[in-house]
Design a protein around this ligand. Structure first.
Ligand SMILES: Nc1ncnc2c1ncn2[C@@H]1O[C@H](COP(=O)(O)OP(=O)(O)O)[C@@H](O)[C@H]1O
Ligand SMILES: [Mg+2]
Length: 391
């Protein structure tokens, strides 16, 4: 029977999630009810429809007090079934929330809080990112970007989006993500094994694989930093997250992007110099900064201001000249009066790589001023430094 009661409207982005009924077939009664609810496109159903379509599935739920109270808000009473029109959209949202038990906070960042949670039926660990948006304006650009990006990018080195909880007229959405033990910042600060060169190689390799996949799908991350890289401590898995600032790009397309995107330490020089047109190569600069930081135990370039950060780069890599980077003199914040520094020896910048010519070569290619000459993710993955890496 076609559900056809109540007002019709667009589903929130991603609400018709990939997890169709068949994906839930082997799961518990809650997942089966949710799967059924996801098939309804209407926001509400009268009680006869709700009772014929949903009541058997509701009766199969293990009814605890919490669930009983939740269902009462939707006019369900044991023995009586649904007693009046059911707000299907909000019932779905409420049950989705009930499905996950929050067990702690993982982080709070620019867009909202991230909680650790457990799936009540499967005991699977998850991370739930609450993203706030205003009722008037709907989902913010960055939320829509994050959702559409994660839904598109299915890769071992990119965090998996498992579910989206979006209540109608609510002021936030919840992104349900696979859980990893910690972010790379915490990993580097906590685990001694993080300093091992082979471990570093594996981490850089996995970041590059995730980034190659994103770039192959015309998506750049634009905010790669240790806090946005997740690590499974025992599994050794590394996955990129926080695609809030990612956006689609078309290769070679001359499009103006907003400048202030990559968090300072990992920000590419063309962004600091005010380039309006930039490419996915900004992510490779960030990977270079992350690699150097893992090797040195501290950020390679560190400053609170953009000009300060540029000068830190110049002191280490030399002041860029139009000879080596043709477009540099045309960038908004470039000045011919920049102090002139000669490049330092790479051995001195990353002393632990002093005897490792391949490692230094790769890093030099990632930290190449000219974005056009900077190594791409695919090229980097074939670099001899990774010979023998099995992840
Ligand atoms: N799937 C996850 N597993 C474990 N920790 C996570 C997960 N997602 C996020 N976190 C933690 O929460 C922090 C903030 O999440 P993030 O998605 O980067 O949000 P923001 O946009 O606020 O930076 C991360 O730096 C990380 O420490
Ligand atoms: Mg983040």
């Amino acid at each position: 029977m076609a559900p056809g009661f109540g007002s019709w409207r667009m589903e929130p982005p991603g609400a018709e999630d990939a997890s169709t009924s068949s994906a839930y077939a082997d799961q518990g009664p809650l997942a089966r009810l949710l799967s059924k609810l996801k098939q309804f496109k209407a926001l509400a159903a009268d009680k006869d429809l709700a009772n014929s379509e949903l009541a058997p599935l509701v009766r199969a739920l293990p009814l605890d007090t919490e669930l009983q109270q939740l269902l009462a808000k939707f006019h369900w009473y044991p023995g009586h079934n649904f007693t009046t029109t059911v707000d299907l959209a909000n019932l779905k949202g409420a049950l989705q929330k009930y499905k996950y038990i929050k067990i702690g906070q993982l982080g709070s960042g620019s867009y909202g809080v991230v909680h650790k949670a457990i799936n009540r039926e499967t005991n699977e660990l998850l991370a739930i990112k609450k993203v706030v948006h205003s009722i008037e304006n709907g989902l913010s650009d960055s939320t829509i970007r994050e959702i559409s990006t994660l839904r598109e990018l299915q890769h071992d080195n990119i965090v998996r989006l498992k579910d989206i909880i979006a209540t109608v007229n609510g002021s936030h959405v919840h992104l349900v993500l696979e859980f990893l033990d910690c972010d790379l910042r915490h990993y580097l600060d906590t685990y001694a094994e993080a300093s091992d060169i082979n471990r570093i190689k594996s981490i850089v390799f996995q970041i590059l694989r995730g980034i190659r996949h994103a770039h192959a799908n015309s998506i750049m991350h634009r905010d790669l930093k240790p806090q946005n890289v997740l690590v499974g401590v025992r599994s050794g898995n590394v996955k990129i997250t926080d695609f809030g600032l990612a956006r689609c790009f078309l290769p070679n397309e001359d499009r103006a992007y907003t400048e202030r995107v990559v968090t300072l330490y990992y920000r590419a020089p063309e962004l600091l110099l005010g380039a309006q047109h930039y490419t996915s190569s900004v992510d490779l600069w960030s990977v270079g900064c992350i690699m150097a930081e893992m090797i040195n135990f501290e950020p390679l370039f560190k400053s609170d201001s953009e000009i300060g950060l540029l000068f830190r780069m110049f002191e280490r890599l030399g002041t860029p000249t139009p000879d080596a980077w043709h477009e540099v003199s045309g960038l908004a914040y470039y000045s011919e009066n920049f102090p002139r520094f000669a490049p330092r020896r790479f051995e001195d910048l990353v002393p632990r790589l002093a005897g490792d010519a391949a490692g230094m070569d790769l890093l030099r290619r990632m930290l190449c001023y000219d974005p056009r000459q900077r190594i791409t993710a695919s090229e980097a993955l074939m670099h001899p430094w990774f010979n023998g890496v099995t992840v």
